[in-house]
Design a protein around this ligand. Structure first.
Ligand code: HEM
Length: 423
């Protein structure tokens, strides 16, 4: 089941990633609530302060939260990049990311500069601690798998995203919005969504799809070349933006790379070597289809506002996949830690989280995406319905994951020999 890079004795305590995973849906609930307290026009208008708050409740509170949590386990386990003081590291990154995201987003909702200064400061701490350590550790790894290479590119993009984000935040704090502001915003968003978000997901998929789903490996070309090509395109997009050159050709190349990745991912998942039913596959497949649809939408549909595209890409692609990943990683890490503590009788994934509850959560989540998308064509009422469903799906996600974490905690406190004595 495991690849060569997997090492059993180097992982930090499971409570660290679990804390990040359980916090992300809380930010999802907050995001859903914003729909009920702010005018819908301000949420849909990409450049309004409310939209900036909503975007960062998602990109920082949910996307970054899950990625930082997962990376703390994946770096030592998949790359052999061991964080020296994992508990201290985890606490600093977690607290500064959580409080930083809360202050930063509320600063836009309440137009409060003090909160923005606090938020920007805490986010700098979180991103710098995380990425300086990640870059230091990952660039020393000798055994370079495609996942490690993707993680390196992700780390470089992550630090560029944060530096640009801090530059933008400073211009708000100083009330000094320069003529190039929009180019900085677009460059920041491009590095954040494509470099930080997509490249990390690709790196994880290269490892996780064959490992968790006993499926075909991605072709070598996809694994070794595509993340690098994406990095080059992102840098060119930034250059073109500042030089005022049309970026359409770059958009076409970038989208083609993403679509190619999704097609191979779907092909691998549809032709598994051991095709047993696994509900988490629904999240992965929906995610990859949504990735393709969002790229086609980006290329061919003129946008009045970016709302539908943001829903397709952010929730349909990114969040679907991250939820599927959490449902897989939590039971896996529980097994991983319990077995290294000497436990032999460990619940299976289905015993850790009820499959029916995952299905229910999936349907509620998908209906929220559906309502958000049709709202653009029909009526704003559907935005409220979408938000309601989104809140419900995040509550159920917390419930499902917390149940598994509770089971893990109970077992990890027990003596591994108890299972035999009872028998
Ligand atoms: C240190 C962390 C970050 C800070 C301080 C930050 C700051 C900012 C600021 C101030 C803006 C507003 C620009 C404007 O419209 O005037 C912005 C926009 C944006 N940021 Fe961030 N950001 C951070 C991290 C991220 C990450 C990690 C992502 C994505 C993964 C991201 C994605 C975006 C996007 C998509 C926009 C455009 C929003 C829109 O058009 O409404 N940001 N960011």
């Amino acid at each position: 089941m495991f690849n060569q890079g997997l090492s059993l004795d180097q992982a930090p305590p499971a409570s660290i990633p679990f804390r990040f995973f359980l916090t992300a849906p809380l930010f999802g609930i907050l995001l859903g609530l914003v729909f009920f307290f702010y005018p819908l026009e301000s949420i849909i208008d990409q450049y309004s302060p409310v939209a900036i708050a909503v975007v960062h409740l998602f990109t920082l509170g949910m996307l970054t939260m899950i990625i930082f949590g997962a990376m703390q386990q994946m770096m030592p386990v998949l790359a052999g990049a061991v964080i020296k003081k994992p508990i201290l590291f985890g606490n600093i990154v977690y607290l500064s990311l959580t409080l930083g995201t809360l202050s930063f987003s509320t600063s836009f909702l309440f137009s409060n500069k003090i909160l923005m200064i606090i938020g920007a400061g805490l986010l700098s701490l979180s991103f710098l601690v995380f990425f300086l350590s990640a870059i230091y550790l990952l660039f020393q790894v000798k055994f370079l798998t495609s996942t490690v290479s993707a993680m390196k590119i992700f780390s470089v993009c992550g630090i560029i995203t944060a530096v640009l984000g801090l530059y933008l935040a400073t211009s708000y704090i100083k009330d000094d919005i320069g003529p190039q502001h929009l180019n900085f915003v677009n460059t920041h968003a491009t590095f954040g969504l494509f470099g930080f978000g997509v490249i990390l997901i690709m790196g994880v998929a290269f490892q996780v799809i064959p490992m968790f789903y006993v499926a075909l490996d991605f072709p070598k070309f996809i694994q070794t070349k595509i993340p690098l090509i994406i990095l080059i395109i992102i840098v060119l997009i930034a250059l073109f933006l500042f030089l005022k050159i049309d970026i359409y050709v770059l958009k076409v190349i970038l989208s083609s790379m993403f679509i190619l990745f999704s097609v191979y991912g779907l092909n691998s998942l549809n032709n598994r070597r051991r095709p047993v039913f696994d509900v988490t596959l629904w999240f992965w497949k929906v995610s990859l289809y949504m990735f393709i649809i969002s790229m086609l939408n980006w290329l061919f549909i003129p946008q009045d506002n970016m709302f539908t595209l943001a829903i397709l890409f952010g929730l349909g692609f990114l969040y679907s996949l991250l939820q599927g990943m959490m449902y897989k990683i939590i039971p896996f890490l529980s097994w991983f830690h319990l077995s290294s503590q000497g436990h032999m009788v460990i619940p299976t994934m289905r015993e850790m989280i009820s499959e029916d509850m995952i299905k229910l959560q999936f349907f509620i989540f998908i209906s929220s995406v559906f309502f958000f998308v049709i709202a653009g064509f029909l009526s704003n009422i559907f935005l409220y319905l979408g938000a309601l469903m989104f809140i419900a799906s995040n509550m159920l996600l917390i419930f499902n994951c917390a149940n598994a974490v509770r089971k893990y905690k109970r077992l990890s406190k027990s003596n591994p020999m108890d299972a035999f004595i009872k028998k």
